[in-house]
Design a protein around this ligand. Structure first.
Ligand code: PLP
Length: 382
């Protein structure tokens, strides 16, 4: 079986599991305990926090460990808005964000009278600084725009967008869940005030993530309790998860530049091959400003779900888009937001590669895909 759904989740790396093992067994302490067992856990947590802080080029005190990307997005979006302007805030975002951001925005609208303006993307999923500037107001509190999209892979020029947002005094958050391990997440280069990542997208287990929050921006906590994580996120810390995430970050960063170049080349040859072999195939997202790992298409005249089933019978596991939307009859909110007809959006298939994916793998996938689309053609809804 060839697994090409790495944007949904990745397997835990062996070195990550080995790094975590002591903190699940002998070194099981609670980092808040004032004895040696607790202190050793606290020290491991501090080391993990330092690794994540160095990854982003920020202070360790600005790193918050969370249960994953969803919680990191919730903390950044709700937390910054509630800390700055608990009622009636103006927020700017896009319609191609992950549900973790979109639903946090809906919550702020429903319960805190927030007003959200959505800036349009172009047909490749890009937001231009001019389009963002046109949506900003003098009282805009927060702008949240993802670094890389999980369905179409489009990578935003976050540095330029953050600069525009700062022009009106708004804080800028970026969801970097899909970018982690593939793009540079240096906060000074990105110019962001908050950023979210998730461990299970880069070889750590599910259930650990992290957020950066600029100290002078701050957040109102979403989880209340014992005051862990500088009171930004209460709850006994997932020490083993944090240690695993740090190990995954070190491994991913060591090979990031070379892996990104290699996977980009494999992806581009695959895209060219699909466009050559599959009649009517449409590439979705930006042709060049895209994550190395994501090749996403629509195949008009098919049904995406039917193509996926055919592919799986041929040993290829992929997805119609985001794992959250998988199995739903609704067309992807991302594809419709970039102007794709809902009927065509139902024909979407996304391949998300790993650092180990080879040209030979993808040549086999292109052949399997051409056969799958041919089998399904004419049976779909579009
Ligand atoms: N943001 C993006 C862009 C994602 O792709 C995902 C997961 O697919 C999330 C947030 C949510 O992360 P998690 O699964 O860790 O909650």
């Amino acid at each position: 079986m060839l697994y090409l759904d790495n944007a949904a989740t990745t397997p835990v790396r062996r070195d990550v599991l080995e790094a975590m093992w002591p903190y699940l067994t002998a070194e099981f302490g609670n980092p808040s305990s004032h004895h040696t067992v607790g202190e050793r856990a606290a020290s491991a947590l501090a080391d993990a926090r330092r690794t994540v802080a160095d990854w982003w080029g920020v202070r360790a005190s600005e790193v918050v460990f969370t249960s994953g990307g969803t919680e990191a997005d919730n903390l950044a979006v709700k937390g910054i808005v509630l800390a700055r302007q608990p009622r009636g805030a103006h927020i700017v975002s896009t319609r191609i964000e992950h549900e973790a951001v979109l639903e946090s925005l809906h919550y702020l609208e429903r319960f805190h009278d927030a007003h959200v303006t959505y800036v349009d993307t172009d047909e490749t999923g890009l937001v231009t600084p001019e389009a963002l500037a046109a949506m900003l107001r003098d009282d805009t509190t927060l702008v949240s725009i993802m670094l890389a999209n999980n369905e179409i892979g489009t990578v935003q020029d976050v540095a330029s967008l953050a600069q525009v947002a700062h022009g009106v005094g708004a804080a800028f958050h970026t969801d970097a869940v899909q970018a982690a391990g593939w793009l540079d997440l240096n906060v000074a280069s990105l110019g962001v005030d908050a950023l979210s990542v998730s461990g299970h997208k880069l070889g750590a287990p599910k259930g650990i993530g992290a957020a950066y929050v600029r100290a002078r921006v701050g957040v109102e906590p979403v989880l209340h309790g014992g005051g862990q994580e500088r009171s930004w996120r209460s709850g006994t810390e997932n020490v083993a998860g944090a240690v695993g995430m740090a190990a995954a970050v070190r491994a991913a960063e060591n090979e990031r530049v070379s892996a990104s170049a290699r996977v980009t080349a494999v992806r581009d040859r695959f895209i060219a091959e699909v466009l050559r072999q599959v009649p009517g195939a449409l590439l979705t997202g930006h042709p060049t400003r895209r994550l190395p790992t994501i090749a996403s298409f629509c195949f008009p005249g098919t049904s995406g779900e039917a193509v996926l089933l055919e592919l799986e019978q041929r040993g290829v596991v992929s997805s119609s888009g985001s794992a959250c939307a998988a199995g739903s009859d609704e067309p992807s909110h991302v594809l419709t937001a970039i102007g794709i007809d809902p009927a065509i959006a139902q024909t979407a298939v996304r391949f998300s590669l790993a650092s180990t994916t080879t040209d030979e793998n993808m040549a086999d996938v292109a052949t399997a895909l051409a056969a799958s689309v041919a089998t399904v053609s004419g049976l779909g809804s579009a």
